[in-house]
Design a protein around this ligand. Structure first.
Ligand code: 5GP
Length: 186
């Protein structure tokens, strides 16, 4: 049986993590994207149980109390967490399991899965990141400010990761991430 593995993809909001990860899971059947839970409200077009499990704060807090998360963190005023169910089973069944999570969660995962491959996606510059978040047009001004503040903290910690990839051009970044993931499998 092929060996499974956990792959953590982190990087500031707006860097393109979601787009890159979605492209990878569409292309490679051995990759499985873990669906997170959040208390953030769905953005237009987001679907419950596909993009996130959208929970109330009460539901999320009771899931924390029941030990249902592998990791969880607060980010820009909301909770985000990786449900425990299935991640280990998927790894044991030979899947490459992708977690698309922020820095605090990525650090927790490093403690639980020291063998996880940790990839950090960087923007070409903070100005470009801000432009991308604004172009996306899905966040309020106060949310954008929180995300940019957090982005600076995350970028400052990027050296903690195994691999750093700059998403200047989307096609190239997807190729780079693909190469890193499958190189590690050899
Ligand atoms: P967004 O609101 O833009 O979908 O996500 C905000 C941030 O939360 C992103 O950096 C995203 O990677 C991160 N995130 C999404 N799911 C999880 C999770 O399960 N755990 C943690 N720690 N962060 C998550």
């Amino acid at each position: 049986m092929p060996s499974g593995k956990l792959i953590v993809i982190t990087g500031p909001s707006g860097v393109g993590k979601g787009t890159i990860v979605r492209s990878l899971v569409q292309e490679y059947s051995q990759l499985h994207l873990s669906v997170s839970a959040t208390t953030r409200k769905p953005r237009p077009g987001e679907v419950d149980s596909r993009d996130y499990y959208f929970l109330s704060r009460e539901e999320f807090e009771s899931a924390i109390a029941d030990g249902e998360f592998l990791e969880w963190a607060e980010y820009a005023g909301n909770y985000y967490g990786t449900p425990k169910t299935k991640v280990q089973d998927l790894i044991d069944s030979g899947k490459l399991v992708l977690l698309e999570i922020e820095l605090v969660g990525a650090r927790i995962i490093s403690g639980i899965f020291p063998d996880a491959l940790r990839i950090f996606l960087l923007p070409p510059s903070i100005e470009e990141l801000e432009a991308r978040i604004r172009q996306r047009g899905k966040d309020s001004e106060s949310d954008i400010e929180k995300r940019l503040l957090r982005a600076k903290e995350e970028i400052a910690a990027s050296k903690e990761f195994d691999i750093r990839i700059v998403n200047e051009d989307l096609v190239t970044a997807i190729q780079d991430v693909t190469q890193v993931i499958f190189e590690q499998q050899k």
